[in-house]
Design a binder for this molecule. Structure first.
Ligand code: ADP
Ligand code: MG
Length: 424
């Protein structure tokens, strides 16, 4: 039995205050079967007991030597510790005026002496029940208020998460729009450059032919000298080599831009917003491309993909999970570290591990990692939504994320995902 239940089962306690011991004894005997009865023969003693004991009711005589009942009730009502204890005046003062005055001081009830003991018992019981009901209401109020606070906090959290995801969606749309716009000019620059490369080769060939013919038709010696001087002046050999280099370098640069655009297109592909059978390694590679293109990544990235079957997932959300984990790993390792990406299968689940050899995670932070807004980064550098959102996405896929870390030895986030989904 808990302490709470024990205290609930305790009998209500009543303090009887009267300067005449016969009254104390009669009232006490009447009430002691149902209540824990305490007695006081003076106002001062009564206040002392009320201050130090938890009371449920006070039966208070008015006419007492020294401190009378009126003074006692005033003192009780002005003390926050005792002001809620109901007080019933039990007195020989039977005028209406006395009774009204008694109520005006905060009495809960007023009984005339000598009083009928069964009426006393009914009135006492009524006050005790009223006090219990008041306390229940107060407790319910406190409970409701904490519940309300909790709901308001949850609401605020959802609001901020919504704002954040709207922002991310807007950035995604923007990126997709830009990628689309870049795609067009990229296409014709590429094709022009290809033609230019062919034309340049034709021009080189033409000049070679000229040289050839010239050597056969014995022109004036000064003509040959002039042409050779011109070639030297224009640095023909260098031009010929460099034009070829410039074209292939430009083509390489353009290929890179095209890969970035393709990666962004895949990353934000509208088709990826639905449940589908998908190779998670493809999601990893698309995300890796975007990740490597969009940040200045210096650290090493090692891929150790094991064989995994296609799984049922929403690819775009998976991309978001991998991007969050890769970004965290990259932020942890800095320039000189290493990120390792592994995949594998275990029974009906596949796993993806993103591990780094960064500084690791403080053990005190481990249980808070998935809390929304938990971050150890300085203001402006992190908002603490990466892992909480990733965790929500993985859980929506009926999976889980395991974290392991040793201080100084890096961290590993292992995502487990079922191959098949049971949609509710
Ligand atoms: N690979 C990691 N190595 C060390 N700490 C990490 C790693 N990944 C996450 N953390 C810790 O978890 C916190 C929460 O990460 P996250 O939810 O992505 O928010 P944010 O990156 O905005 O801080 C980070 O601030 C960091 O303290
Ligand atoms: Mg993060």
């Amino acid at each position: 039995m808990s302490n709470d239940t024990a205290s609930l089962e305790q009998r209500p306690s009543i303090l009887i205050v009267d300067d005449e011991s016969v009254n104390l004894s009669v009232f006490g005997q009447c009430l002691m079967t149902d209540y824990a009865v305490l007695v006081a023969t003076s106002g001062v003693k009564a206040l002392e007991i009320a201050n130090n004991t938890s009371l449920d009711l006070i039966l208070l005589d008015i006419m007492m030597p020294g401190m009378d009942g009126y003074e006692v009730i005033k003192a009780l009502k002005s003390n926050p510790k005792t002001q809620d204890i109901p007080v019933i005046f039990v007195t020989a003062l039977t005028s209406e005026l006395d009774e009204t005055f008694g109520f005006s001081l905060g009495a809960a009830d007023y009984l005339y002496k000598p009083c009928n003991l069964s009426i006393l018992s009914v009135r006492v019981n009524l006050q005790i029940e009223l006090k219990k009901a008041r306390e229940r209401l107060q407790n319910q109020n406190i409970h409701l208020e904490t519940e309300l606070q909790k709901r308001m906090q949850e609401h605020q959290l959802i609001q901020s998460e919504l704002m954040q995801s709207e922002k991310l969606a807007a950035i995604g749309q923007l990126a997709a729009g830009i990628a689309h716009e870049i795609n067009n000019p990229l296409g014709f620059i590429f094709s022009n450059l290809n033609s230019f490369q062919e034309y340049a080769l034709e021009i080189f060939d033409l000049i070679d032919q000229y040289d050839n013919q010239l050597s056969k038709c014995r022109p004036q010696p000064d003509c040959i000298e002039k042409l050779q001087a011109l070639k030297q002046q224009k640095d023909w050999n260098f031009l010929r080599e460099d034009i070829a280099d410039l074209i292939s370098e430009s083509k390489e640069g353009l290929t890179r831009v095209r890969n970035i655009v393709r990666a962004f297109n895949q990353f934000t592909d509208d088709n990826g917003q639905n449940w589908q059978q998908y190779d998670i390694k493809q999601s990893l590679d698309t995300t890796l491309k975007v990740f490597v293109c969009s940040q200045n990544i210096q650290c090493r990235i090692r891929k150790e993909y094991g064989d995994t079957p296609e799984i049922e997932c929403i690819p775009q959300l998976m991309n978001q999970v991998f991007l969050s984990l890769l970004t965290n790993a990259w932020q942890a390792v800095g320039e000189s570290g290493e990120i390792i990406i592994r995949t594998g299968i275990d029974d009906k689940q596949i796993w993806v591990e993103i591990a780094d050899d960064g500084p690791g995670i403080n053990p005190n932070h481990m249980h808070r990692l998935f809390e929304p807004f938990f971050t150890t980064r300085p203001i402006g550098k992190g908002i603490g939504l990466g892992l909480s959102t990733a965790n929500n996405i993985v859980r929506a896929h009926h999976g889980r994320i395991d974290v392991s870390s040793q201080i100084g030895e890096g961290a590993s986030f292992k995502i487990w995902l079922p191959i098949h989904q049971t949609h509710d």
